[in-house]
Design a protein. Structure first.
Length: 542
């Protein structure tokens, strides 16, 4: 399967480059920009992209392994990536008098077919150039005098082109915007084609990936399933595989994938009902996994243990610590109870975005797992030491996991589900957690989420939930004064949970949902809407 490698120099949009190309059906991998490349690059690698960066090439910006310039593969430099290619090969990069940011017109001015160096054409490079520039052309082929709106964010520009570089496009402000090398398969853009504000971004990336690099599109979820079938089965053989299921999308899809690609008799799934779950969560998870063919599903009911340990605690950190420790001790106890042999493998629903690359070279990544109940778990550490960890989703982004889930027949209810924190409702009940409060919050949250689904708003929102505040406020019910709990609603949009914007709720929906909650959940007297973005606030309240 063809692959494009992306050298990440730290731009905020590097992940987007990877996403855009994957969406075209070509597999991408991102490694640190200065990672050492293996002496022999894998044959499936068809091209390399050098990303943008917040740094300057003459400042603290990292440089790629020099092999990148000697490997003969097509290169595409984006913003800093282009400046890097120019600087590393004898050109000059200097600061602009004023930083350029936002939408800027770019005009294509060159003709691909023109003799590139005046001393005879290199037909291969001429063809690559033609292919590359076709990404910029207007509807009718061959029209390369098109102007279009590009999206830029740069403080530096190319002031002297490196030998062999030629300018094919200029920005409305007069700076080099599109470049190509006369004899080498090197191309560069001063703007960010991966950003949606860029008028021709998709076409330009496609021209590089398909036209210049000659990739064929073969990155499909069907193919992924087949690859996992071969690679996981080769690793595990007939040994048992244990997967800890949290009820979220990732671990459920990982479970579905194992059940599909291994013998279901080998697959042991363990799920803990901590009593801090959403309404009907355990039932939904159970039904969903059984439908997928789970034969060994171990549900551990441990609500009493969790609520007992949380009794009297109201400090957020203390609550999180108690929950984390209890997860680990129950996990150890229950895994031992299963009596699985030493040869057992441990599977995790780690995603591509959960991995941190170490810079050791193509395909050699250091892994850091951030799923709450696996952090610092002795079981995970031990299995990792023995080389008995499998992570069948580790090449996928979140929305690819959802696509895979659908392909494998995971219930839509689970596939679409918003993220849920490991410590569950405990971080959404401010102050002390009790069973009564869990039940109230579960009910109110269920009304809220159900309404969002009914109103077609659920999928527009990255994460929505209710929070029970440690406050009662006065209200009237009939002629009687009553003191009900105060509930906060949260709804945010986000790409990855690292930053978040408040969902701009239509006020009609918000008011109607609030009324419905106070009418149906009798203990809630008042509803508020949280209008804080992240930063400075976090998504969860504790
Ligand atoms: P914050 O509150 O840090 O949340 O802005 C970012 C995202 O992470 C989720 N979250 C957690 N997930 N264990 C988890 O597995 C946790 O302890 C935890 N705390 C927060 C949160 O729901 C949001 O999606």
């Amino acid at each position: 399967m063809d692959k494009i490698l992306i050298l990440d120099f730290g731009s905020q949009t590097t992940q987007l480059i990877g996403r855009r190309i994957r969406d075209m059906g070509v597999y991408t991998e991102i490694i640190p920009g200065d990672a050492a490349l293996t002496a022999e690059l894998p044959p499936e690698l068809k091209g390399i992209i050098l990303s943008g960066s917040p740094e300057s090439v003459y400042g603290h910006g990292a440089a790629p392994d020099r092999k990148v310039y000697d490997c003969g593969l097509p290169l595409l430099g984006i913003c800093y990536g282009l400046q890097r290619m120019n600087y590393d090969n004898g050109g000059k990069v200097e600061a602009l008098p004023k930083r350029e940011y936002g939408r800027i017109t770019v005009t294509i001015e060159g003709e691909a077919s023109r003799d590139p160096n005046g001393s005879g054409e290199d037909p291969v490079q001429t063809e690559r150039l033609r292919q590359f520039l076709s990404g910029f052309s207007a509807k009718e082929a061959g029209n390369q005098d098109a102007s279009f709106t590009a999206w830029m964010s740069h403080g530096d520009t190319l002031t002297t082109l490196a030998p062999g570089f030629r300018q094919f496009g200029v920005s409305g402000t007069g700076y080099p915007a599109v470049l190509a090398h006369e004899t080498k398969p090197w191309f560069g853009l001063q703007f960010h084609p991966e950003v949606t504000h860029n008028e021709k971004g998709k076409e330009i990336l496609a021209a590089f990936v398909f036209g210049v690099c000659g990739c064929t599109s073969g990155w499909t979820m069907e193919q992924y399933v087949e690859e996992v079938r071969t690679s996981v089965a080769a690793k595990t053989g007939t040994n048992p595989v244990l997967l800890l299921i949290s009820g979220g999308v990732d671990s459920t899809v990982a479970g579905a994938l194992l059940l599909k690609t291994l013998n279901p008799d080998q697959v042991h799934l363990m799920y803990m009902d901590t009593g801090l779950m959403r309404k009907d969560e355990t039932g939904t998870v159970k039904a969903s996994l059984e439908k997928l063919g789970a034969k060994h599903l171990h549900i551990v009911y441990c609500e009493d243990e969790f609520l007992g340990a949380l009794r009297g605690l109201d400090d957020p950190e203390a609550k999180r610590k108690v929950i984390g420790d209890l997860f680990i001790s129950i996990q150890e106890r229950e895994v031992a109870r299963l009596g699985l042999p030493e040869t057992c493998f441990l599977a995790q629903g780690t995603l591509y975005t959960d991995l941190i690359e170490s810079g050791k070279g193509v395909g050699k990544k250091a892994r850091l797992i951030k799923s709450h109940h696996n952090v610092g778990s002795p079981l995970v550490d031990a299995k990792r030491k023995q080389g008995k960890i499998i992570e069948p989703l580790d090449r996928l982004y979140k929305d690819e996991v959802r696509r895979l889930g659908r392909l494998l027949g995971v219930d839509e209810e689970v596939v679409r589900r918003h993220p849920f924190p490991g410590p569950g409702l405990a971080v959404r009940i401010l102050g002390e957690v009790t069973k009564e409060k869990c039940d109230i919050l579960r009910e109110a949250d269920a009304v809220y989420i159900e309404e969002l689904k009914k109103r077609g708003l659920y999928d527009e929102i990255w994460q929505a939930f209710a929070v029970l505040l440690p406050l009662r406020s006065v209200g009237v019910a009939g002629d009687v004064r009553k003191y009900g709990w105060v509930l906060a609603l949260r709804a945010i949009t986000s790409a990855d949970g690292m930053t978040a914007d408040v969902y701009p709720f239509p006020s009609k929906d918000l008011i109607e949902i609030s009324t419905l909650i106070t009418n149906t959940v009798k203990d809630i007297g008042r509803v508020t809407y949280d209008i804080s973005s992240k930063p400075p606030a976090t998504i969860e309240w504790e």
